[in-house]
Design a binder for this molecule. Structure first.
Ligand code: ZN
Length: 208
């Protein structure tokens, strides 16, 4: 899933690309024998495969994936994983537990460490048993995926995560916005590379 974005600096500005070009796009020098001022490195891929992260809170776009389809934080869907990496989510189809690949490109909001696993699973099971998580009672704005995850987190009593879960606004500010903002930079870089092949990041101060 990782498109493998590479970053390097040769004669000044940072250059981003999918694979190292023969010549520097800035000065045209042959890169085979060039001295880099910053050696090529792989830009960290911000997304994860949910099933590989037990006891985690995760988000993804409601439809499609982050790299190609994400535009707006209003279109995010939230879920959790069990201690064995099974995804549990609530949407218009009701409550679902599965291990499908639909969560192959999502953002990790937080993850509880190993000693929490038993309490995590037990609490999650209790919440899942509540009758209100059916497709009939689903409401797009009032009783949705956030209602489910925040209800679970509140009864989990897991530090800052559970405290923030008392308010949708606080939870969003503290756990969602920071992740989507940093992922947004990667997404826009990816889209530029897809369109133009490479991207030169010129430091504005250097032009003055
Ligand atoms: Zn150069």
């Amino acid at each position: 899933m990782d498109p493998g974005i590479i970053c390097f600096q040769h004669c000044g500005p940072k250059v981003f690309c999918f694979s190292l070009p023969e010549r520097c796009p800035v000065c045209e020098e042959d890169l085979a024998q060039a001295n880099f001022s910053l050696l090529p490195f792989r830009v960290p891929y911000p997304f994860i495969q949910a099933s590989q992260y037990p006891c985690a809170v995760i988000i993804k776009p409601t439809t499609g994936d982050f790299l190609n389809d994400y535009y707006n934080s209003m279109d995010l869907h939230i879920g959790v994983t069990t201690s064995s990496g099974t995804i549990v989510e609530f949407d218009k189809n009701g409550l679902r537990r599965h291990r499908s690949g639909q969560w192959g490109q999502c953002l990790l909001l937080d993850q509880a460490p190993g000693p929490w696993a038993e309490h995590w699973d037990k609490t999650l099971l209790q919440i899942c048993k509540q009758k209100c998580w059916s497709s009939k009672s689903y409401s797009e704005h009032k009783h949705n995926c956030y209602s489910f995850v925040l209800t679970f987190l509140m009864s989990l009593n897991y530090g800052n995560l559970s405290n923030a879960a008392r308010s949708r606004t606080v939870f969003c500010e503290k756990f969602i916005v920071p992740r989507t903002t940093s992922a947004g930079k990667y997404i826009s870089l990816y889209r530029k590379l897809k369109e133009f092949g490479f991207y030169v990041h010129r430091n504005k101060n250097m032009c003055k």
